[in-house]
Design a binder for this molecule. Structure first.
Ligand code: ZN
Length: 431
């Protein structure tokens, strides 16, 4: 019996077997099913098929059979667990003004993390050289790194064509347009690489490990230097036809020709309510003598940032509070349209500006509830991001592992044992 199982395990998998394998693995990996009987009940697959596929996953080292779980009568079930330490993932989340790198297990658990200030405007060579150096440090200084490198995930603060892994006309990333990020890392690390925009990674992180876990329809808004949204639709991340879905920061909200956006258009939401705009408005308040705290910040730092405005507001500075409220209302009005259009069960507010005092979130909430349809807001939750600075790297790791185990990818490497060791594994989106 054992021999037959082994032979099956090493023969190329038929399409149908692969479908069932992916279904069973996803159930176990995402914590939805913990035993064979739960798998049968949840997937609708037959008992014999489930037993075969579980056996195969155990043979391939992707699943372990743990202790005997609590019995509900009859033979006690054996608990099935995804082997998150079968390999590791390297990720980097490049923001407008920062780099975050991490080494994670296959379940997104962060084993080592480092962040530092960096300007994306320094260009791809400087930025990615630094990522390489930081990856090397992580690999050198982390003890007990699990398995081999299975994949690399990179996030950048601009639109990315997900299929090719290249930024396309990113407004705040001079020199990055069309840059072959994937090819660069594949060559160096010999493992599959995926690139996505920072907002989608934030959404993935909150969805897999944060406040959005368990929700199938979610909008995650990142209010940092710019404004963008990541969308979870029906239990999948929605990137759109080219990968630019959720670019809500460039929705036009005014026809005032004085509001010029860095994208080149007039009247974008980002140009009125993004972190950059908040800092500029704070500086104007300082110069016009409307805020003593902001005047001090300007005097000490030479400029006023969104963080300065948030800090002043937390001390009750009336001008700073008014700026946050007005930004929150603008974002809330835009979100009301998104809520009416998309009907999410949860809206998550993340990014640097989201760490502002409560007045910011309160203004967003008020505008959304006032301007959305009653049915769309009946059970709607609006919450702050819960993973803080780690959301991006956790999301990047989840993105990589999802792509590796996607139905269209797994067949290309599973015979080889792991994706890092498979020369035939062709890169790119599982098409
Ligand atoms: Zn714009």
């Amino acid at each position: 019996m054992r021999r037959v199982m082994d032979l099956q395990a090493h023969a190329p998998l038929a399409d149908e077997a692969l479908d069932a394998l992916v279904t069973v693995l996803d159930e176990i990996r995402l914590g939805r099913s913990r035993s064979r009987s739960e798998l049968v009940a949840r997937t609708g697959l037959g008992r014999a098929i489930v037993a075969q596929r579980v056996g195969e996953l155990v043979d391939r080292g992707l699943v372990t059979e743990g202790d005997v779980g609590p019995s509900t009568g009859g033979r006690p079930p054996r608990r099935l667990t995804f082997r998150a330490d079968a390999g590791h993932v390297l990720v980097a989340d490049l923001g407008a003004t920062s780099i975050d790198v991490a080494l994670t297990a296959l379940d997104g658990r962060v084993l080592a993390h480092h962040d530092e200030p960096a300007s994306i405007e320094a260009g791809p060579e400087a930025g990615l050289d630094r990522v390489d150096a930081l990856f090397e440090t992580l690999l050198r200084t982390t003890t007990g790194i699990p398995g081999r490198l299975w994949g690399v995930g990179i996030g950048v603060p601009g639109p990315v064509e997900f299929e090719s892994g290249r930024p396309i006309s990113p407004p705040i990333m001079p020199g990055w347009d069309g840059y072959p990020i994937r090819e660069r890392f594949t060559e160096r690390y010999g493992a599959p690489v995926w690139v996505d925009n920072d907002v989608n990674l934030l959404a993935m992180g909150e969805w897999r490990s944060g406040v959005a876990a368990g929700h199938d329809n979610v909008v995650v808004v990142k209010v940092g230097t710019g404004i963008g949204a990541g969308i979870i639709s029906d239990g999948h991340i929605h990137r759109g036809a080219q990968g630019s879905a959720g670019d809500v920061g460039h929705i036009q909200v005014t026809e005032d020709p004085a509001v010029i956006c860095r994208c080149g258009n007039i009247g974008c939401l980002e140009a009125l309510a993004g972190g950059g705009a908040l800092g500029r408005a704070g500086e104007a308040a300082a110069l016009e003598g409307r805020s003593e705290r902001l005047r001090l910040a300007l005097h000490q730092g030479g400029s006023v940032s969104a963080q300065d405005v948030a800090r002043a507001a937390s001390f009750g500075d009336p001008a700073a509070v008014a700026l946050l409220q007005s930004g929150g209302r603008r974002i809330g009005s835009m979100l009301a349209s998104v809520v009416n259009f998309f009907n999410p069960s949860l809206v998550v507010i993340g990014g640097g500006v989201a760490n502002s005092p409560d007045q910011f979130l309160a203004s967003i909430r008020e505008a959304v509830y006032r301007r959305s349809l009653p049915l769309a807001t009946r059970d709607l939750l609006i919450q702050r991001s819960s993973l803080g600075g780690l959301a991006g790297v956790i999301g990047a790791s989840s993105m990589v592992v999802d792509q590796l185990f996607a139905r269209e990818s797994i067949g290309r490497w599973i015979e080889a044992g792991d994706p890092g060791g498979s020369p035939t594994f062709s890169l790119g989106r599982a098409s």
